[in-house]
Write a protein that binds this ligand. Sequence first.
Ligand SMILES: [Zn+2]
Length: 120
Amino acid sequence: MPRATAPDARRYMARQPFDYVGLALDQGQIVELVGAKNDAALIRLGYVIELESRTTTYECAECGAAFTSIEARSAHGRKRHPDRDLTPDQEDEREEREERMLEQVAPLYLDKTKAAMGAA
Ligand SMILES: [Zn+2]
């Protein structure tokens, strides 16, 4: 079920799947940055983007992870809580689909790496 969230929580959405302080985040998953050393780089490079304060969220019934869209929650469910184990071929196919989708919806800001900015 969608639910409204605290208006002043500073939350971010993972634009790409990545591991954050030991947590495996999926695309579209909501995360609160905890002040880790790399937080600024995560924002600069586009791994996360700050959420508007009243973004509707959708929670995974299995693990409670929250997402910004039903699509992201469904993709998370297929990946993390499959009904049955995928064959290696099916798993490869799923990963390729995910990579193609991510390149389209959430390319990283590779022009914002320190090296790229230093060269400019
Ligand atoms: Zn889950």
